[in-house]
Design a protein around this ligand. Structure first.
Ligand code: C2E
Ligand code: CA
Ligand code: CA
Length: 510
């Protein structure tokens, strides 16, 4: 039911009071009371005096009743106004951190647009580094606490209304610039504040932040555009590593447009089946026999022009296309593998992100079953970084794969995270020495020692060792002398389409 506006009620009360004063004044002026009295006496038979008294009492009580109802109404309106304010607050704020959300940011950007002639400002886009790991390893409750701490730290540096949470681990800070403020230094101060250790339930968590910023009006006079630019700068910072602060430069946007175009091209290429595996032989260094092929994805974007998998595989990972791409490539590779001699193994690369997919094993087994390739002919190559990202799930996924009879090779060994504890934690069938060791081990004593140690480790663990990137005969001979089991490299065979592998499958090396 619509209730009366308090102001209208007030005015109506005043009008009624005035009417009362007017009628009463007139009655007073013309001796109305005496006239009524005389009327009552002359018409005693009708009991007019009793009726009048009843009406007077009813009028008085009615007045009290109205005052009480007006008070109730007032209270109800207050409650409604408070509730409306609360709903408005919820719609414009993030309930977890209590920071304003994207809606309020849009309002603030509109306000900035009108001020951009006179006021200089900057927009900072922040994305936390390592937040996903906290969420995965410690659970969402801990993740929430981390977000609250980050929000508090930012609010201690800037007025609360200028810090926004856009969802997930993304924040935006809008800063009014005074004088010749060093914005990179300001960004770095944010990184320092955010990356201080956070204590949660007895555990200490350390996260970082990638920050990009854009200036209004120098980079753009339009705040909505400036925020896209600061996002661009943030992505550029994230690409470099942790805790990086980047100012927007126009080339970044070109890169972003290129990336979006490339993503669309990748989708189309996948749809048209233009990404296909090539195969590089894996050669037994003792018998010189081809024991398997590594499938390496190839995308011929234009005739004769290939995009490197180092470029499109991460793109597929970020665009959420990697599962579909892997499925496509894997099915083709399994079918191709059927045409090789029956002892030949298919070595297939698995992206780090896929080791957090608990259905990976089932999906691979399904394809193997459908194509008819025996499980013992498959070997998956996983990199060390895959085991770091989400260690617990990766371990479960790998255990599942091993249990179903799939062999696992540890790829790019020696780059980055090698740790012996990892080797003993997982059941690997093979270790692949990264090609950077093979490229330099002849000239460098240190590298040769590393290669020797890895080969010795392989013998100790009962695991075969593959050396990647063998390009010349002296490297090959040296690795054979050191007792390396398997070799791969341009000298032994470049990655080639399936038809060529058939032609060389019985090849012997000199
Ligand atoms: P990777 O698994 O370490 O593959 C070996 C890379 O070394 C391949 O590069 C191969 O062409 C190259 N290579 C082989 N022999 C030599 C040599 O003698 N000298 C030199 N300089 N290079 C050699 P490619 O094909 O460009 O692949 C790069 C990376 O992309 C691969 O590194 C792998 O991590 C990834 N990748 C390729 N195909 C796939 C795929 O289907 N799925 C996934 N997840 N990753 C893939
Ligand atoms: Ca590989
Ligand atoms: Ca490798």
């Amino acid at each position: 039911m619509p209730s009366m506006h308090p102001n209208r009620a007030k005015w109506e009360a005043i009008v009624w009071l005035l009417a009362f004063a007017l009628i009463y004044g007139t009655a007073f002026l013309f001796d109305g009371h005496e006239a009524i009295d005389a009327l009552f006496v002359s018409q005693e038979a009708y009991n007019l005096d009793e009726i009048f008294t009843a009406l007077t009492i009813a009028g008085g009580l009615g007045l009290i009743y109205s005052v009480l109802r007006i008070k109730d109404m007032h209270r109800e309106i207050q409650l409604r106004v408070t509730a409306e304010k609360h709903v408005d607050w919820i719609a414009c704020h993030d309930p977890l951190t209590e920071l304003p959300n994207r809606r309020l940011l849009e309002v603030a950007l509109l306000k900035l647009l009108t001020l951009s002639q006179t006021q200089r400002s900057a927009i900072f886009s922040l994305d936390l580094d390592g937040f996903k790991k906290v969420n995965d390893l410690l659970g969402h409750e801990h993740g929430d606490q981390v977000l609250k701490v980050v929000a508090k730290r930012l609010c201690s540096m800037f007025p609360e209304d200028n810090v926004y949470r856009l969802g997930g681990d993304e924040f935006v800070v809008v800063v009014e610039r005074k004088g010749n403020q060093d914005l990179s230094a300001l960004g770095k101060r944010m990184v320092v504040a955010i990356s201080k250790p956070i204590a949660i339930n007895g555990a200490t968590v350390e996260i970082g932040a990638s920050i990009g910023f854009a200036r209004i009006p120098e980079d753009s006079a339009f705040p909505a555009e400036a925020i896209q630019y600061s996002d661009c700068a943030m992505y550029a910072a994230k690409k470099i590593g942790r805790n990086i602060v980047k100012a927007f430069v126009p080339e970044m946007q070109e890169e972003l447009i290129k990336k979006i175009q490339m993503e669309a091209d990748l989708k189309l290429a996948m749809k048209l089946g233009k990404i296909r595996p090539y195969y590089q032989p894996l050669v037994d260094l003792k018998t010189q026999e081809i024991v398997g092929y590594e499938a390496l994805a190839r995308w011929e974007r234009e005739p004769g022009k290939f995009v490197s998998p180092c470029e499109f595989i991460p793109l597929a990972e970020n665009a959420g296309l990697i599962v579909e791409l892997t499925d496509q490539l894997f099915r083709i590779a399994c079918q191709d593998a059927l045409s090789w001699p029956p002892h030949t193994v298919l070595s297939f690369n698995i992206s780090p992100v896929q080791l957090s997919d608990r259905l990976l094993g089932l999906r691979l087994l399904k394809v193997l079953g459908e194509v008819g390739l025996p499980v013992h002919r498959l070997e998956l190559e996983v990199t060390e970084s895959a085991l770091i990202n989400d260690a617990e799930t990766a371990r479960d996924v790998l255990d599942g794969l091993v249990k179903s009879g799939i062999k696992i090779a540890l790829d790019d060994f020696g780059t980055g995270y090698s740790s012996l504890s990892q080797l003993s934690n997982y059941q690997f069938n093979k270790i692949k020495i990264d090609r950077k060791f093979v490229a330099t081990f002849e000239e460098s004593d240190r590298q040769e020692k590393v290669v020797r140690a890895i080969i010795a480790l392989g013998i100790g663990l009962g695991v075969k060792i593959t050396a990647e990137g063998i390009e010349d005969a002296s490297q090959l001979r040296r690795l054979q002398d050191l007792g390396c089991d398997i070799g791969q490299g341009y000298l032994l065979g470049k990655p080639c389409p399936i038809e060529e592998t058939l032609a060389v499958s019985e090849r012997q090396i000199a």
